[in-house]
Every structure is written in C-alpha cells, then in structure tokens.
Design a binder for this molecule. Structure first.
Ligand SMILES: NC(=O)NCCC(=O)O
Length: 383
C-alpha cells in the first residue's frame, strides 16, 4: 500500500540508536517480549502465501501448587482478496480459502485458540448504508456455512475458533447482529457473543443494520482457558471489558475494523489498559487495506462523497496483565500473530496490584444505579 508506514515498530527499530532502543521499548512496551521460535516450515509457508508471521511469548513465575497453564493464541488480520462488487458467494469463498491457508500455518505453530477479524467474511460495507448486497453476507451463527467451515477447521486442527460474522437470526424475524461465534476444539458450537456497543461515528454507520447486542458478557470455558469476545467499538468502553473480566475471562479478544484517521492513536492504549485494569490478556485485531465501493457515499459532514472508508491499519497485538505487550503486526500486510502465554500470570499480577480487591465495585454499583435515574443530580460543590 503506497505511502503507508509499514509499522511503528519497524520505524523505531530503524531510527532509534540501539543503545537507546532497549530503554525506549521498556518504557513504551513494558520491555522486549520473548520471541518465539516458530517452525521453519511455517515461516516458509507464510512467505509463500504472502502473509507476515510473528511469534512472541509471555512468561509467568513458577508456582508450587499450580502447573504453568501455557496456551498459544493466533490473531489473524487480512485484506479482502476480491473487489467489493464481486458476487457475494465468490467473495465469501475467497475469504474462506484465504483463512484456511492462514489457519493451516497457525496449526503448524501449535496455536490452540484462533480469532479472526470483525465481520471477516465480508467487506466492512456498513459505511455505505446500502442494504443490498451487503445484508446477503449475513449467516446463521448456529448452522451457516461459515460456522460449518470453522467447525471443520476446529476439528481438523484441535483448535478453538472465534469467528466474528454478520449474523442473521431467523428465529427472531431474520434480524441482523454483529456476532462472534465460538467453536470448541472438538468442533462443537460453544455459543455466540454479540457486539454490545454499536458505533455512530464518522463513516461507521452500523446502527443502520443491527442493534446493540443482547447476549450480555458471556465467557466461554475452553480446554485451554476462559475466553470472551469484546467486539470492536466495545474497546472504548471500560465497563464492557470489566464485565467480561468479572465473569472470569482470562483472555479477551477484540476483533475490530477501524481506520487510521479515526482511532490509530487510541489503538495501542485501550486494549492494553484493559489488560492492566482487569488482570487478563487482551487481543485486539484489526483488518488491513482500503476497501472501495462502486457507489459513492457521504459522511453526513458536508464533505464530498467518497468511495472508500479509509485505510484499515492492521497493527494487531496482544497485551498482558502486567501491562507489557507484543509489537504490532504490519499496518499494511495480511498477518498471523502467534502468542504463547502462561495464564498463571493473570492471578500473579492480580495478587500484586490487587485491582479486583481495591476496585470498590459496590460503591460504583450504587453510584451508577443513581446516575442512570432521570432524577439524578450531579454532585457538584460550588463555592
Ligand atoms: N467496527 C467498529 O465498531 N468501528 C468503529 C470505530 C472504532 O471503534 O475505532
């Protein structure tokens, strides 16, 4: 992608003198994350298939009573492989093929839980506010062809699959939802988690298509750890992260679709802060590239109509409960980030910082209950 910075990290590596780089990484990233040694076959397959493959590891201290709880997660970011005016079924098939070849490499790297980007089976066409053909990408979470496809992958590779799609719920009048389907490594459907916070910002006009999710904050018990899915815009809402954490999530995925001009300066902060505040691992994932539409659309701001939403900047990363984080994937290329983590780190950091213990949730529960009442008066004290 011409003119786009490849990644923040490659820029730092290029320009910061080596003697300062260690300190810069300590301050910015909480230190240098351990690099994983990935199989040569995986690295060469990634190269042949034209996607970036990076691997990092977070360690925890050895304990006497608990064995290490090591899990490998995979985060996938990708461009749409075909133009947005290609037939719907052909676009979906091409995305299935692309994901299949990335998941195969994830399996070579020993990934236990994989998560794809938000609405991964389609262009992020909600900016257009057109209904057809975009609503045709919607599928049943329970038995749509993408769920069936992911169940096959889960069984074949013994991998938990988190598959964020546009859902059509036939039981409730054919309504649409922005939903993550969670599939166990046995291939069984574990359940689904709908997007709780729907954006109304800039060209992100998703409320034209679906409402705020009604599945609450489910946490899925998998063989490899407890996981939750906080879909995209929920990233800006600390209480949303908190609720998944209160329900016991050790890893919270954040499949997203967001663009540089809107959110890139927030991206490194929000999910990382959530990992710190909630003593868990967080995994934000963003799509890559610029998606063009035949019909121009406006942003409702008096500006010119345009054919694209802007550049999706990738930069997927993982943040750990101690506040450290991996480098981000590329801003421009498809990629797979493989991260090994010892889940014992969550309780170890919790015992150190005690945010759960010092959180005063009962005080906030009371005060929030008051603040949402129509008769609420803010507690402002004047002179
Ligand atoms: N997909 C989505 O909710 N995007 C909104 C923009 C953002 O959260 O950065």
């Amino acid at each position: 992608m011409e003119g786009e910075l490849e990644s923040l990290e490659s820029c730092l590596e290029r320009h910061i003198p080596p003697q300062d780089l260690v300190e810069v990484k300590r301050i910015l990233y909480g230190g240098e994350t351990r690099k994983l040694s990935l199989p040569a076959a995986a690295l060469s397959s990634a190269q042949q298939r034209d996607f970036e493959l990076q691997g990092y590891g977070f360690d925890a201290a050895a304990e006497q009573l608990r064995r290490p709880r090591i899990v490998r997660v995979g985060l996938v970011q990708n461009k749409i492989p075909l133009p947005t005016d290609t037939a719907v079924a052909v676009q979906v098939a091409a995305l299935h093929r692309r994901i299949e070849e990335i998941v195969e490499v994830a399996a070579m790297c020993g990934v236990n839980i994989i998560c794809f980007q938000e609405a991964w089976t389609m262009p992020f066409a909600f900016c257009t506010r057109e209904k057809l053909p975009w609503t045709e990408f919607a599928e049943s979470a329970e038995d749509g062809m993408t769920t069936k496809f992911c169940q096959e992958l889960a069984k074949k590779y013994n991998m938990v699959v988190v598959s964020p799609i546009l859902e059509r719920d036939e039981i409730h009048g054919g309504t649409l939802w922005n939903t993550a389907v969670v599939i166990s490594n046995s291939g069984a459907l574990l359940g689904k988690s709908r997007k709780n916070h729907i954006p109304r910002v800039g060209d992100f006009n998703e409320s034209t298509y679906y409402m705020e999710g009604n599945t609450g904050h489910p946490v899925f018990q998998t063989q490899f750890g407890t996981i939750a899915v906080n879909i995209c815009f929920g990233r800006h809402h600390p209480l949303n992260w908190l609720m998944y954490s209160l329900n016991g999530a050790e890893i919270i995925f954040n499949p997203s679709a967001t663009i540089g001009t809107l959110s890139e300066s927030l991206w490194p902060i929000e999910a990382r802060n959530a990992a710190i505040a909630n003593h868990c691992f967080t995994c934000p994932i963003n799509r890559v590239g610029t998606e063009y539409y035949k019909n121009a659309f406006t942003s409702g701001d008096g500006g010119e109509a345009h054919h694209d939403l802007g550049h999706f900047y990738g930069s997927s990363y993982v943040a750990a409960p101690d506040g450290s984080r991996t480098p981000g994937l590329s801003r421009t290329r498809d990629g797979l980030l493989v991260v090994e983590m010892d889940l014992n780190l969550c309780r170890q950091v919790s015992d150190k910082w005690n945010f759960k213990m010092t959180g005063r949730y009962e005080m906030y529960a009371d005060k929030l209950a008051e603040a949402v009442q129509p008769c609420f008066t803010p507690n402002i004290i004047g002179e």
